[in-house]
Write a protein that binds this ligand. Structure first.
Ligand SMILES: [Zn+2]
Ligand SMILES: [Zn+2]
Length: 617
């Protein structure tokens, strides 16, 4: 069969198949719509009369008169609740439907969970329309037969067979800790199991550039069935979205927005490196991909898989099945005390004999200014009193980036305490028997080459496959653990696990620390993050932000304090910034819906101006 014969007319196929295999139902009479105005005060359905001849239905983009102006809106469905005065929907904007019933259920659940307007959620989930893409035809290439499902190491994992069974026929929430050498293979195997059952799959990765090794592996194996939905211009993104909705692809690999990819018959949503900061959207509705993945999987009856070397507290706080190797697949981790200038004798010896090594140094630059050489005062930035750092030969403020000048006398000559990646590179050159290089912030992330010692920070640690180096050294572990932030310690541990995963199973990992008994260090040494989680969960609860409790930052007027206190939240911290009241609120999970209703009421009353979800993560 020729590809042209299979495809039919492209544009009509989009319109007919966009969102769902069946022709979408045409509605008429009273319907509710979501007005495209992202305001909590307007976050409720409005009822309009939908004329049948428009051919519109659930998910249709329409134009309605709203406060006297033509406004965009989405049709949500029929309603019996008819107001006395009902305006008519004026026109249908496009024949392409923005969402179907299960997607709307997901958007509504997100609107409730994150206390965000439904219009904001839809605006994030559906890419901006490029009308010309709706009329250009597309021609699918002939489909390849699926790769025969081979045996995978995941079958030997604890609860691995249970996961594969769920992917073939069922649903469920899974957390997977792949062996470093299996990371891409586990994702490929899960997708293959879903496809073999006639279902589709979404794989979400944290980065688009460079494309993570796991994303590339899935795209390579599933070739003509898989599409990369990451990066790209507006036109490409909308076209890809249309193709997904039309059923052109069975596997979607992408970043955050891919969690909304309009695939039918979804069997799997796979989140790779689920603890990564990029999986959270900083803009409203501030969703985290792992939560949306679980929500959507529950709604459509699919399996969700959260994958990480060190699963986050959030991933494991909810009911799940843990899938992990039956035997430790990691290199052993040695803990040593830092010697003079952060160099332990054991690390020096290990670097001397290593031919391929990665030295993780989280601090940038060559050192920090300690004291002014002119006036003898402690060094501080003349503009903002910030810390001054020597990096690439010049001294700058780490806060405001102004050139380094003494706050007391204006001089520019400082005594430097040497520490940071540039200094490590320098001394490592004097020790190693192979070339030493430094990977900077602007360099593309990569693993060490054969016969190379690579020094780098967190920017270097991306999914580049399993490089299998001889030696991974983790420096400044203590300083990392002292960073501020509710989840800072967890992020550090996730980073260490990702660094350690670069070592060959029979290689070496050396951690330099003065706190060998810290639960984070112990978790890395034992390879068991649950130890760390047991210590960390009470710490977070004590700080007022228990794991799994929704947290909101609410901005508003002077009465805000009193109104929020009346809701009796688990935690309420309040401050006044420039005339606005800003409150941090933690709730028990079961109380979000009631809280959201109250925030919408207070927004309509002008008391609440802004609600942000999870500002602490
Ligand atoms: Zn400064
Ligand atoms: Zn001075």
């Amino acid at each position: 069969m020729s590809s042209a014969a299979r495809s039919g007319s492209g544009s009509s196929r989009f319109v007919r198949r966009a969102l769902g295999d069946r022709a979408p139902r045409v509605l008429s009479g009273p319907v509710t719509v979501c007005i495209d105005r992202p305001l909590l005060a307007l976050d409720r359905p409005f009822t309009y009369e939908l004329p049948e001849e428009l051919g519109a239905g659930l998910g249709s983009v329409v134009q309605v008169p709203f406060h006297g102006r033509a406004t965009r809106a989405w049709v949500l469905g029929e309603t019996d609740d008819v107001p006395e005065r009902m305006l008519r929907i004026r026109k249908l904007v496009t024949a392409v439907r923005s969402f179907d019933e299960p997607s709307l259920a997901l958007f509504r659940a997100m609107s409730e969970r994150y206390v965000a307007p439904l219009a904001t959620v839809i605006g994030r989930a559906v890419p901006p329309r490029v009308a010309s893409e709706e009329t250009s035809p597309w021609t699918p290439p002939p489909r390849r037969p699926l790769p025969a499902p081979g045996t995978s190491r995941i079958e030997t994992y604890r609860d691995g067979p249970r996961l594969l069974k769920a992917l073939r026929t069922g649903r469920g929430a899974f957390v997977v800790r792949p062996a470093p050498t299996d990371e891409a293979d586990v994702a490929v195997t899960c997708v293959a199991a879903s496809l073999a059952a006639g279902r589709t799959a979404i794989v979400i990765v944290p980065d688009a550039d460079p494309v993570p090794a796991t994303a590339r592996a899935v795209a390579d194996v599933f070739g003509d069935d898989a599409v990369l939905f990451l990066g790209g211009d507006k036109r490409t993104r909308y076209r890809t979205w249309l193709e997904i909705a039309a059923g052109r692809w069975s596997v979607v690999v992408g970043t955050r927005p891919a969690v909304f990819a309009p695939l039918a018959d979804l069997g799997l949503i796979y989140v790779d490196r689920e603890g990564h900061a990029q999986h959270r959207d900083e803009r409203s509705p501030s969703y985290h991909v792992r939560d949306v993945a679980r929500l959507r999987a529950e709604i459509v009856g699919a399996a969700s898989v959260l994958s990480a070397f060190c699963p986050s507290l959030e991933a494991t706080a909810r009911e799940h099945v843990l899938v992990e190797p039956a035997v430790r697949p990691w290199a052993p981790v040695e803990v040593v005390r830092p010697g003079p200038e952060g160099r332990s004798p054991r690390l020096i010896r290990a670097l001397r004999s290593a031919t391929r090594a990665f030295v993780f140094e989280p601090l940038r630059g060559y050192g920090v200014a300690r004291v002014c050489r002119s006036c003898g005062e402690p060094a501080a930035c003349a503009s903002c009193l910030g810390m001054l750092r020597l990096e690439r030969g010049s001294i700058r403020c780490v806060v405001c980036e102004a050139p380094g000048r003494c706050a007391s006398c204006g001089a520019t000559d400082f005594g430097i305490a040497r520490r940071g990646a540039e200094r490590v590179e320098e001394w490592a050159r004097g020790v190693a028997t192979v070339p030493v290089s430094l990977i900077g912030r602007d360099d593309p992330p990569r693993a060490p080459r054969a016969r190379e010692v690579l020094v780098g920070g967190v920017e270097a640690l991306k999914d580049v496959g399993s490089p299998g180096v001889d030696l991974v050294a983790i420096l400044h572990a203590d300083a990392s653990l002292r960073r501020p932030g509710v989840d800072a310690r967890e992020r550090v541990l996730v980073t260490w696990f990702e660094a350690a995963a670069w070592a060959r199973p029979d290689g070496r990992v050396i951690v330099q620390t003065d706190a060998p008994n810290d639960p984070a260090v112990q978790a890395l040494v034992s390879g068991r993050p649950d130890r760390f989680r047991r210590a960390e969960a009470p710490r977070r609860a004590e700080a007022g932000f228990p794991v799994g409790s929704p947290v909101f930052r609410v901005t508003g007027g002077a009465e805000l304090d009193r109104e929020l206190a009346a809701l009796e939240p688990a935690t309420l911290l309040s401050s006044n910034v420039g005339g606005a009241t800003i409150c941090l609120v933690a709730l028990d999970a079961g109380r979000v819906a009631g809280f959201g209703a109250e925030m919408r009421r207070l927004a309509a009353a002008g008391i609440v101006t802004r609600v942000e979800a999870e500002p602490h993560l």
